[in-house]
Structure formats: structure tokens, C-alpha cells
Design a protein around this ligand. Structure first.
Ligand SMILES: [Zn+2]
Ligand SMILES: [Zn+2]
Ligand SMILES: [Zn+2]
Length: 320
């Protein structure tokens, strides 16, 4: 095993050991170091891929953040790396994208956010935070190691480490299923929000499993309580996390993008479902002729007119 891969593996292994200690001592310091190690380990796996793709004349070409054009011994122009700086998260993302190496960036950004928010983040339940990080880590590792490094995660990371990650992922899925079942019986004023409540996440800590107090169960748009940090959120707060999901580029339903709502002005109008996720308005009709406005004219269209009516107005102005 080369150095980058070896460091990646040991970083992930140490991270998992940190998690085990954190669970045992209920210590949030350990969680912090666990997340740092796991995050660093994943980035090293990505760098391993970049090294494998680097040409034999410069095995650091894709890992170094800077490169320059030079002439080789035959006078041909080639690209070479220089300096000590290696690629960061954004460089890696950019290089992978141009090389068609697909990574679930939505999940990766979640892990990165947790890593960056560490200090004010782990004030609460250690156990749920571990579940959240490792279930996301599982998705990245399981996919990346098999498809892009052509290895088996259990072989590469060792079975002790990998089994621990799988186990946490399974507990997470069980909790998530329970929450989804409970959320089906709840009452939301907006049908699209109701259907997509699984994408709601805690605005404070990012965890995406909630529960509802008995007193709230019969209410419309009930308050949700985050299972990780215990904070309670009203509809206005968690609604925005679902709107954010719809406007994310990594969302599979990206084509069903959101448009500016003619009623409230928020970029929250779900065109296919014909409803605004923010104000619940189901009216995106032209205020002149009553026809449904086209997607292309919705954005920033304060006059709320369809393209036919706009053309007509313009023609009239010319006549004047
Ligand atoms: Zn929370
Ligand atoms: Zn609206
Ligand atoms: Zn019209």
C-alpha cells in the first residue's frame, strides 16, 4: 500500500476508535477528534484516486494545487506540479467533476458541514451524532472505495472498522424509518411539504430524524423535536430546510426546480406540483388573461404576466 492510501486507512480507523471511546465515556471531545479523522481520511482516499490518475512523469500532478507549463527533454510542452500546497475540498470537487468521477457531494457536504461546525455542534447526544456522521460516511465510502478505487471496504479498512460503520448505519436507518412512519400520520397544510418531510433537517445541528410530542400530534403543521440536539422547531423553520432540498443541485428532482412565487415572491413555487412551498399559494396564473404562466417568465416577473400578454404589451408600446 502506498503512503496516501495507508494514511487514509489509518485516519478512518483512528476515527472509528475515537467514536468507540466517545460512546463509552460520553465525551464530546472524542467525537470532535473522530469527525476530524474520518473527514481527513475520506479526503485522503480522494487524493489516492487523483494520484492514480496522475501521469507517470509526475505522480503528484493532480494532487498539487498549483501546476505550470514546461518543456520536456524533447521540447514538448507538458504540465507539471509545483509548490507544497495540495488540493483542498473544492479543488478535489472541481477535478473530480471535470474527470467525470461522481461522488455524492450532497452527502459529502453534510460531513464537511459537521466537521466545520464542530465547536458549537456537539453539545448534545453523542450517540445520535455518531449515527448521523457514520451513516453519511458509509454512503461515501461504500460507493467510492468500490467504484473508484476498485477495492472492498471491509478488506481495505479492516473488518473491525467497517463492521462498526455498517452497524451504525443500520441503527440510523431503523430510526429514520420509524420517524418516516410517524410523519405519515401528521397533518401538514402543504401537500408537497407533507410528501417530502423526510428531507427536513434540524436547523441547529443538521440531524434529520425528529419526533413529535403527544400534544402536537393532532395539530396542523406540528412542532418537531430534533432527536439529536433536542431542540424544538416550528413549521416556518423546518419548512425552509425542505425548500433548500428542492433548490439543491444534487437533488435528483432538480428538473422540478423551484421558481419565484407570484404571490409571496419567494423562490419556492413548485411548478409541476403547482403550489408554493412557502406561502401555499396554488395560483401562478397570468393576472391579465388567467393562463398558467410559463416557467421561463416566472422568475423576477413582478407584473405576473404570461409571455403572450407581455408581447402584446410591448407591441402596444411600439404603436404609441
Ligand atoms: Zn438538532
Ligand atoms: Zn409563495
Ligand atoms: Zn396572459
Amino acid at each position: 500500500m502506498n503512503t496516501i492510501l495507508k494514511n487514509a486507512v489509518s485516519s478512518i480507523q483512528i476515527g472509528v476508535e475515537d467514536f468507540k471511546k466517545a460512546e463509552k465515556n460520553k465525551s464530546s471531545d472524542r467525537v470532535i477528534s473522530a469527525v476530524r479523522n474520518i473527514y481527513a481520511g475520506i479526503l485522503l482516499l480522494f487524493k489516492e484516486k487523483l494520484q492514480r490518475l496522475s501521469p507517470s512523469y509526475d505522480k503528484e500532478l493532480l494532487i498539487k494545487s498549483k501546476n505550470k507549463y514546461v518543456k520536456d527533454t524533447n521540447g514538448n510542452v507538458i504540465v507539471k506540479s509545483y509548490g507544497n500546497k495540495t488540493v483542498n475540498f473544492f479543488d478535489i470537487k472541481e477535478r473530480f467533476e471535470s474527470l467525470n468521477i461522481d461522488v455524492n457531494w450532497d452527502v459529502m457536504e453534510k460531513i464537511q458541514k459537521i466537521r466545520n461546525d464542530l465547536e458549537h455542534y456537539f453539545t448534545s447526544s453523542t450517540e445520535e451524532n455518531i449515527l448521523q456522521i457514520l451513516s453519511n460516511t458509509f454512503i461515501i465510502l461504500d460507493d467510492f472505495i468500490v467504484r473508484h478505487l476498485e477495492e472492498y471496504p471491509g478488506d481495505l479498512l479492516g473488518n473491525i472498522t467497517w463492521d462498526y460503520i455498517i452497524n451504525k448505519k443500520e441503527i440510523y436507518i431503523k430510526l429514520k424509518n420509524e420517524w418516516e412512519k410517524q410523519s405519515n400520520s401528521l397533518n401538514f397544510s402543504n401537500r408537497v411539504i407533507a410528501e417530502n418531510i423526510e428531507y427536513a433537517y434540524c436547523p441547529d445541528c443538521g440531524f434529520d430524524i425528529f419526533f413529535v410530542d403527544d400534544s402536537e400530534k393532532k395539530q396542523e403543521n406540528p412542532k418537531l423535536i430534533c432527536k439529536a440536539c433536542g431542540n424544538e422547531f416550528g413549521y416556518e423553520k423546518y419548512k425552509y430546510t425542505i425548500i433548500k432540498h428542492f433548490s439543491s443541485e444534487d437533488n435528483e428532482d432538480y428538473e422540478k426546480d423551484l421558481y419565484d412565487c407570484p404571490c409571496c415572491g419567494e423562490r419556492a413555487y413548485h411548478y409541476e406540483e403547482n403550489i408554493c412551498l412557502s406561502c401555499d399559494s396554488e395560483d401562478n396564473n397570468c393576472c391579465k388573461c388567467g393562463k398558467k404562466m410559463e416557467k421561463t417568465v416566472m422568475d423576477g416577473n413582478m407584473d405576473q404576466e404570461c409571455s403572450d400578454c407581455m408581447d402584446f404589451d410591448r407591441a402596444l408600446e411600439k404603436d404609441d
